[in-house]
Ligand binder design. Structure first.
Ligand code: PGD
Ligand code: PGD
Ligand code: 6MO
Length: 826
């Protein structure tokens, strides 16, 4: 199915799935587990206890004294625990914790839709849980009756906590499916463009699939190219429980002395650590850089024509574009140099080095989170095909080396099942009015609110944008993750009702009408696998402390709402928390047995306080991506129309999109550093933060380790800081026509001149929430980014696109408000 991705909810429990090299796993005769039958819950000292759990940041034990978590101790098996773990602990107790169910006063007193401009002004009224559940249930009913079920949006995107049961995003959808349906979302913010184009190019979404493993790289790779790819920053966390295998992998590269090259506007942590060579192109100009390299390969006959003939299709259609035969502009190194700022001789040299060494091109995700972001991924695959090393040990390309420790070898383990959304069938639930659900591309929700009824192109199909009156978010922070905050504020005024479950007073919760306080995953029981790719262990996520204040599990919240709407039993199936967890474990036990392994009985596993380890076999340790395809391209054909890598796509040609041509193409983005029509002088990067997971932990004490005068850091080169009179540690105002934020200047040579970097995820803190365009006091970079789509193909977000300017802030410095309990501020 060529367009499978268009019909699959990538964010469903099957997200972050990946293909292993081979299904064959030798049956084992022994029981290879490290789990000791005698180990019990470890007691540290009298009066204190240690409880095992796991989170996006890794496996740890919570040290509890007098009912309070005093420390999260990283697990001994973690090769590189992240310092963020201390912030994780603090998230239980931080001042930003939501304590009680709250309703916005205007909404409560005047009804849905009242005073929408007042959202975010902190005027909340505390209500009882019973009252809150009743308000939510009644409002769901009202909106569905008045506007139809599509008027309820439950596409709620975000990095909810791991755990096979307390997956709040799935639980929200489960409740909505059982009680009458809703509009959902498709795709994600991480790889929105790449996951749509790649099925046409390499035959699968690929971005969440396994790469050639690090041990293979250490042995075979001569030149490791980290192209906008920073594993030592980004693999601090995983979608499931982090294994941090990438850190081990990077160490293997270091020990083996693999030559490293980092192509990035920033000198990254990975570059530093590996003492890599740093090449800094202007942001958003990687396609010209890649084209310049490709042109050199072709003109110096360094390309692998045999590989192109045997394993790819469409190079002949692409060649005239590359040579300039079709448009009069050869995409040579000189042309590329003018655009990307890397001199032509360096570009030619890169081409020669790539061709003359065993080269691995490791691409991050930032470049596809840009206007026309589909093209960079497509062009990188094209470049790798021209080099002809795809499927060889240590060569080719990899798309997840930076993400959740892709490249860490996959263990032989069963899959632990998870609770479903009741629409998948087989679990007893069914959608009452199946067929009327609608999906919109996840990053187009604001556009939908502003343009109900409009027709939108998406991946070769047409979608009619529905009328939405109620949105329900659980496990995401759209007032951090979505672009163009001010356009978003305008769009939000179209909603009658916005409901949020969270445990922290994020900007999203502050802009809600009904706020329901949920537990953190340290206040409930669950189960999860360790390592998205490694799948090395199963870990018990045991309750460490009792829920704070009136927090309830999302499971119980949605069960109560479902119950009010007559579907309580369908939601819970009469099972308790531990019934579900035990069931997931038993399912895995059966699968393990079929693979010749015997897992301990559940109670032993649960009480052991240790992760259950699974073995690593040589075949997976030495996995080489696309090896099978290279060996036999007929038998192991790719999932594309031709079964080969497609450098020209007939399917995409058929869509005739002006912003996504049928072969990789350079198109100017809406704005960029030194862009021909760009108004502002500085490019803005918005990388993923070193000290947070997106917005998570921003409200904790861990912020103090990086904040500058309690503002989000803004990296700036001395060449840009000096003429503006900006010194390290100053508060600055960053601005463009879309918005303005305060930030704290970090003046450093680690960022190239012309570019500033403010990480995504800083909490939005408008000086006057009623005023669109108001100054954000903390530094939410998405006040500055455009809300446009990458193209009609993927309709993905452009969070890494933008330009602006910065000045020293000289006014009276407003206090930051967003990290405390809400109080009325207008
Ligand atoms: P998080 O901060 O992780 O950000 O956006 P996302 O919305 O995922 O938000 C998760 C929220 O879920 C937090 O508020 C947390 O408290 C809450 N939560 C955690 N566990 C639970 C739970 O058990 N129950 C409930 N109810 N809530 C819970 C991330 C998104 O941002 C992503 S993935 C990417 S890749 C994008 N990246 C960029 C970018 O590079 N540049 C820009 N400018 N913008 C981006 N936005 C995107
Ligand atoms: P970014 O930090 O946005 O990460 O992974 P992704 O690869 O998208 O960017 C990576 C690198 O790209 C940065 O070093 C940046 O300087 C560089 N870069 C930016 N623009 C350009 C460009 O135009 N050209 C080139 N060549 N380089 C560029 C994101 C992934 O990280 C995702 S999707 C998620 S959801 C996770 N989020 C986090 C997180 O929030 N915090 C941490 N610590 N780790 C994460 N890991 C995951
Ligand atoms: Mo992401």
């Amino acid at each position: 199915e060529l367009r499978g991705v268009a019909h699959t909810d990538i964010e469903s429990p099957t997200r972050r799935r990946f293909l292993q090299g081979s299904a064959a796993t030798a049956a084992l005769s022994a029981m290879p587990f490290s789990l000791s039958l005698l180990s019990g819950g470890a007691m540290a000292q009298s009066g204190s206890k240690e409880v095992i759990s796991g989170c996006h940041w890794g496996v740890f034990t919570g040290v509890v004294e007098d009912g309070r978590a005093v420390k999260f101790k990283p697990w001994g098996g973690d090769p590189q625990p992240t310092p963020m773990l201390e912030g994780v602990r603090d998230s239980i107790y931080s001042a930003s914790r939501i304590r009680y169910p709250m309703v916005r006063r205007a909404w409560l007193e005047q009804g849905p839709g009242a005073d929408p401009d007042g959202r975010g002004n902190g005027d909340f009224v505390r209500v009882s849980w019973d009252k809150a559940i009743e308000l939510v249930a009644n409002e769901l009913t009202r909106v569905r009756e008045e506007y139809g079920q599509q008027a309820v949006y439950g596409g709620s995107y975000g990095w909810k906590s791991p755990g096979k049961l307390h997956n709040c995003k799935t639980l929200l959808r489960r409740m909505l499916n059982l009680t009458g349906g809703f509009t959902s979302s498709i795709g994600d913010y991480s790889t929105g463009a790449a996951q749509v184009i790649l099925p046409y190019v390499s035959g699968s979404i690929e971005v969440y699939e396994q790469c050639t493993t690090y041990p293979v790289l250490a042995e075979h790779t001569d030149l490791m190219v980290f192209w906008g790819c920073d594993p030592r920053n980004n693999s601090q966390i995983s979608w499931q429980v982090a294994d941090h295998g990438a850190f081990k992998g990077i160490d293997q590269l270091k020990e083996a002395g693999v030559k490293t090259l980092c192509i990035d506007p920033l000198r990254t942590n990975t570059c530093d650590y590996l003492d890599g060579e740093w090449i800094a192109p202007k942001p958003q100009t990687d396609v010209p850089l890649m084209l310049g390299i490709a042109h050199t390969l072709l003109s110096e006959d360094l390309h692998d024509q045999k590989f192109l003939d045997r394993y790819t299709s469409g190079f002949e259609e692409f060649r005239p574009y590359l040579t300039g035969e079709s448009d009069g502009q050869p995409k040579d190194a000189d042309w590329a140099a003018d655009i990307c700022g890397i001199d032509a001789e360096t570009i030619r040299d890169l081409a020669r080095r790539f061709a003359n060494n065993r080269t691995m091109l490791a691409l991050g995700y930032s470049m596809q989170r840009q206007h026309h972001g589909e093209q960079s991924t497509w062009m990188l695959v094209t470049l790798a095909c021209m080099l002809g090393q795809v499927g060889l040990p240590g060569g080719g390309y990899g798309l997840s080396y930076h993400y959740s420790s892709g490249g860490a070898p996959t263990h032989n383990s069963p899959i632990v099942k998870a609770i479903d959304d009741a629409a998948g069938g087989g679990m007893g639930g069914s959608v009452d009015e199946a067929g009327s659900d609608i999906m919109i591309p996840v990053a187009r929700f604001v556009e939908t609110l502003l343009n109900p009824g409009k027709t939108m192109q998406f991946n070769g199909s047409e979608i009619e944008l529905p009328v939405i009156k109620l949105a329900y978010w659980a496990g995401g922070n759209p007032f951090a993750h979505h672009q163009d905050r001010n356009e978003m504020l305008r769009a939000w005024r179209e909603l009658d009702t916005f409901i949020v479950n969270d445990f922290q007073w994020t900007a999203t919760a502050r802009h809600a009408d009904i706020v329901l306080p949920c537990t953190t995953s340290y206040e409930r029981n669950d189960i999860e696998q360790v390592g998205d790719y490694a799948l090395s262990h199963i870990v018990a996520m045991r309750k460490i402390v009792e829920p704070q204040f009136e927090a309830r599990d999302d499971f119980d919240i949605f069960a109560a709402i479902a119950d009010k709407l007559g579907k309580g039993y369908e939601f819970t199936q009469g099972r308790s928390e531990m019934d579900w967890i035990r069931g997931f474990y038993e399912g895995a036990k059966i699968e393990a047995r079929a693979k010749g392994m015997e897992m301990p009985v559940f109670d032993v596993f649960w009480e052991s306080n240790k992760p259950l380890a699974f073995p690593l076999e040589d075949e997976q340790k030495n996995f080489v991506r696309h090896e099978a395809f290279r060996k036999d391209p007929i038998l192991n054909a790719l999932g594309t129309a031709t079964g080969k890598f497609e450098i020209y796509s007939r399917a995409i040609a058929g869509f005739a999109y002006d912003d996504c041509p049928p072969h990789p193409t350079w198109m100017e983005p809406i704005e960029r550093l030194d862009g021909p029509t760009t108004k502002y002088p500085l490019g803005i990067s918005s990388n993923h933060p070193a000290g947070r997971l997106h917005s998570q932990l921003c409200g904790t004490a861990f912020r103090e380790t990086y904040a500058v005068q309690n503002r989000e850091p803004c990296m700036i080169n001395p060449e840009d800081a000096e003429p503006r009179g900006i010194k390290d540690g100053d508060v600055v105002r960053v601005f463009n026509d879309r918005g303005q934020i305060l930030a704290g200047a970090v003046v450093t040579d680690d960022i190239m001149p012309g570019v500033i970097m403010v990480s995504e995820g800083g909490w939005f803190d408008p000086l006057d929430p009623r005023e669109i365009g108001s100054l954000c006091r903390y530094g939410d970079v998405n006040n500055l980014t455009p809300g446009i789509a990458t193209s009609k193909l993927a309709q993905a977000n452009c969070g890494q696109t933008g330009a602006g300017d910065v000045e020293k802030f000289t006014g009276e410095l407003p206090e930051v408000y967003v990290f405390s309990q809400p109080e009325i501020i207008t």
